[in-house]
Design a protein around this ligand. Structure first.
Ligand code: CA
Length: 488
């Protein structure tokens, strides 16, 4: 279970690095787009909290130097690919954090960016050759239409603008078809793997660079380190567009990405919709059934990174209108169905925020700054709903941690009836049954049609309440609830 955290907004563990000589930006916690002072020490100091929650891997938004004149807090405008931003800490502190995480049984995923660099990077100011950066006669941004790459009817103009256009005025577009720059980028990934001992890579904006370069990058790394994992951001709306980028996809144009895992945005978009809308032929919980029934398009859907939100999206709790029951249903689905789940920091404490402005979804984790009245780490001054959510999350995550049946088990689901969706995960003799009731009233579910999966099982344990169900003939499911049952 991957916990995504935004390093400038998680915890300020070292006040001495807040404002440093030689950096354009210091710390101004009152400014939404300013730096707030969070750092690597803040993460290291709270690894116990993260571990107790039941997290097994942390993806940290980029920590490399972003010595930019404005909005340097997000980390995606890198000005030195070999150096941790001193306002977060040093390379040595990064290695220490990773070692400490490993001792707690937690893996670290490094966020990397190869599509662009910050305009304050020395390679922009003094490039070895003009063609290391894509140049236009006047500022030209990408069209941000990732779908153009897989579009069989795309024009050369549109694909050129998509790939060569700049991500932002402050983020010049890197030319990976320059073989020297391509080598520089691949060597940089290998260097971080060897130097810091990272466990995985999350690659930013995957459809934006030259796709043959990205495939070479992925192949080079996985040839050398076959068990190393990387997930790449393919922010696309549809399943076929997403599946195209996964290793082993049978693409009509012959493209092979060599990429073990993709971000599952179609999954992310479907969950709040399914919970918010009324039931229908393809709405309500039927939407989730329809979503998964299309998994045949993925070479290995179980490797998809699944999530309900991230640092660019409206927070999940707000997407379900701050309805705690719906919140729990979606989280239960995420954590029991196929895929490698990712949760965004603060989801466990019902943080909300609307992505119409990025800082709203990147708010400070309360308790991370000295003097915070509410403290999520110490469970101080939380509302009863927040305590409820935190307890729920801790319970389900710690259960999930030691359940290979959820990590690898075969998935079988049944067409929803009356907005009740039932699926099973099976591994050897282990079996988990999930019953989702999308209705606003309690339902008694007759289990006759699930006989092929229930065979040999007579009792069940509700993993959230620890209650035992003595019979499986009918199952009572409270309104807007997902029952997670370990069958015996
Ligand atoms: Ca700091």
């Amino acid at each position: 279970m991957v916990y995504l955290l935004f390093p400038d907004r998680f915890a300020n563990g070292d006040l001495k690095n807040d404002t440093l000589a030689g950096f354009y930006q210091g710390t101004h916690r009152e400014k939404p787009f300013g730096r707030h002072g969070g750092d690597l020490k803040g993460i290291a100091d709270h690894l116990d909290y993260i571990k107790d929650l039941g997290v097994t891997a942390i993806w940290i938004n980029p920590v490399l130097e972003n010595n930019q004149k404005r909005e340097s807090y997000h980390g995606y405008a890198i000005t030195d690919l070999y150096k941790v931003d001193a306002r977060f800490g040093s390379n040595e502190e990064y290695v220490k954090l990773i070692d400490k995480a490993h001792r707690s049984g937690i893996k670290i995923i490094q966020d990397m960016v190869m599509n662009h660099i910050g305009n304050e990077h020395w390679l922009v100011k003094d490039p070895p050759e003009k063609n290391w950066i894509h140049q236009f006669s006047s500022y030209t941004s990408s069209n941000y239409h990732g779908g153009v790459i897989t579009d069989p009817y795309h024009s050369k103009y549109d694909s050129m603008i998509m790939v060569n256009g700049w991500f932002d005025h402050t983020m010049p577009d890197v030319n990976q078809s320059n073989p020297l720059f391509a080598d520089y980028l691949i060597q940089n990934s290998i260097w971080w793997m060897e130097y810091a001992g990272i466990d995985g890579i999350r690659m930013d904006t995957y459809p934006y660079p030259d796709k043959y370069f990205m495939a070479r990058w992925a192949k080079t790394l996985t040839d050398e380190y076959p068990r190393f994992s990387m997930v790449c951001e393919v922010w696309l709306n549809s399943i076929p567009q997403t599946a195209y980028w996964e290793k082993g996809a049978k693409n009509a144009d012959g493209y092979e990405s060599h990429l073990p895992s993709v971000t599952d945005f179609p999954f992310c978009f479907s969950v709040p919709k399914a919970l918010n809308e009324g039931p229908g032929w393809d709405t309500g919980l039927n939407r989730l059934y329809e979503l998964l029934s299309q998994d045949f398009q993925y070479p290995n859907a179980n490797n998809n990174l699944t999530f309900l939100d991230n640092h660019d999206m409206t927070r999940y709790f707000l997407s379900v209108s701050k309805d705690l029951d719906k919140f729990k249903m979606g989280v239960s689905f995420l954590l029991t169905v196929r895929g490698i789940p990712q949760l965004y920091y603060g989801t466990e404490a019902l943080m909300d925020g609307d992505a119409s402005s990025h800082p709203q979804v990147r708010r400070d984790f309360q308790g991370g700054w000295a003097g915070d009245e509410v403290d999520f780490f110490k469970n101080k001054n939380l509302t009863s709903d927040q305590q409820n959510a935190m307890k729920f999350m801790t319970k389900i995550l710690n259960w999930r941690k030691s359940k290979p049946v959820i990590h690898y088990g075969k998935l079988v689901h049944f067409i929803p009836q009356d907005n009740i969706y039932v699926y099973f995960r099976t591994l050897g003799t282990e079996k988990v049954m999930v019953v989702m009731n999308g209705n606003a009233s309690e339902k008694l579910v007759n289990t006759e049609r699930f006989a092929e999966e229930l065979k040999g099982k007579t009792k069940a344990k509700n993993i959230l309440t620890d209650e035992t169900l003595q019979s499986l003939d009918t199952i009572k499911v409270p309104a807007k609830t997902a029952l997670i049952l370990e069958l015996e």
